[in-house]
Ligand binder design. Structure first.
Ligand SMILES: Nc1ncnc2c1ncn2[C@@H]1O[C@H](COP(=O)(O)OP(=O)(O)OP(=O)(O)O)[C@@H](O)[C@H]1O
Ligand SMILES: [Mg+2]
Length: 284
């Protein structure tokens, strides 16, 4: 199912990859769904794309057909191996073996449940714990081999998310426009501000908020949406993604919306293509 990875350069060899992440502390808001389809939209536009799964639930990896087993290594071992101080814990995991070229022509560094031990594993090190992913990407010149790196995050606000925020150039926030989503979005903004205060890296750009699972038939939904939008007046808010059975079906079948030709999917395809155009314009 997967091919051995070739070590090639990106399409514009001197240019660094744009690294984007899908984040929200809240679960089930569509982070993985958006990451998967954004990656495919970028691929559709001829970009060389690497996906990194940073969620121990490994849903992103599963969508690409990867199922970890007891012997498989994932991003967790690669990150641990990249920290000199953790030498006693290093294992024989090579990037070239862990990284997969998926059927879709998108490369993937998968996750497994092992990643849930990341925070504890790196708790005692002296080097900056929040920069492990960033340094890993740079050390392996992953940013020179791809046009885009798309990172899917876990529904938490811990060290994994801080590592993602420190590694990426831009961040997208999918959210469900309901009365409960506001706090989660505020919390993540606070983390972004904390990172800015640390002053050690360039703070990632907020590329926009993605209203998802919008219930057009629920009257209150529009009010909740307007309420939330008023709090992010200066930020970009994408056209809402409605709660659509055919969208859920494509995910259940591990397919992107670009795998379908039916009219139902055309609207979704153009939403994602617009999103990538916006991302491209913001990160240039
Ligand atoms: N617009 C949509 N219409 C219908 N179903 C959707 C839509 N967006 C997401 N889903 C479905 O909702 C569920 C949750 O989505 P997803 O796994 O992407 O959320 P998540 O934020 O990544 O969750 P977690 O926080 O657990 O990682 C999935 O089953 C997905 O297929
Ligand atoms: Mg997810």
């Amino acid at each position: 199912m997967f091919n051995i990875l070739k070590n090639t350069k990106n399409s514009e060899q001197t240019k660094k990859a744009k690294i984007i992440a899908l984040l929200n502390q809240k679960g089930g808001v569509g982070k993985t769904t958006m990451a998967y389809n954004v990656a495919h939209a970028l691929k559709e536009q001829g970009k060389k794309v690497l996906c990194i799964d940073m969620d121990p639930q490994y849903n992103f990896s599963s969508l690409f057909g990867f199922t970890p087993n007891e012997d498989s290594f994932c991003i967790h071992q690669l990150l641990v191996n990249s920290v000199k101080e953790l030498r006693p814990m290093h294992v024989g995991a090579l990037l070239s073996e862990v990284m997969l070229e998926t059927e879709k022509g998108i490369d993937l560094i998968p996750a497994s449940q092992d990643l849930s031990g990341f925070e504890l594993t790196v708790a005692g090190i002296n080097s900056p714990r929040q920069l492990i992913l960033k340094k890993f990407i740079e050390k392996n010149a992953l940013d020179e081999r791809y046009d885009y790196i798309v990172i899917d995050g876990p529904p938490t606000l811990g060290l994994l998310v801080v590592n993602i925020l420190c590694a990426c150039d831009g961040v997208l926030f999918p959210f469900i426009p309901d009365a409960f989503s506001e706090q989660g979005l505020k919390n993540i903004q606070n983390v972004l501000e904390d990172i800015e205060d640390m002053g050690i890296i360039k703070t990632p750009k907020v590329l926009g908020y993605i209203p998802n699972l919008f219930e057009t038939r629920r009257k209150q939904a529009r009010n909740d949406f307007d309420d939330i939008q008023s709090h992010f007046s200066d930020a970009h808010v994408f056209t809402p993604f409605n709660n659509k059975a055919h969208f859920a079906k494509s995910m259940a079948n591990k397919k992107s919306v670009f795998d379908y030709t039916a009219k139902d999917y055309k609207e979704l395809q153009s939403q994602f293509l617009h999103m990538t155009e916006h991302i491209e314009s913001q990160l240039n």
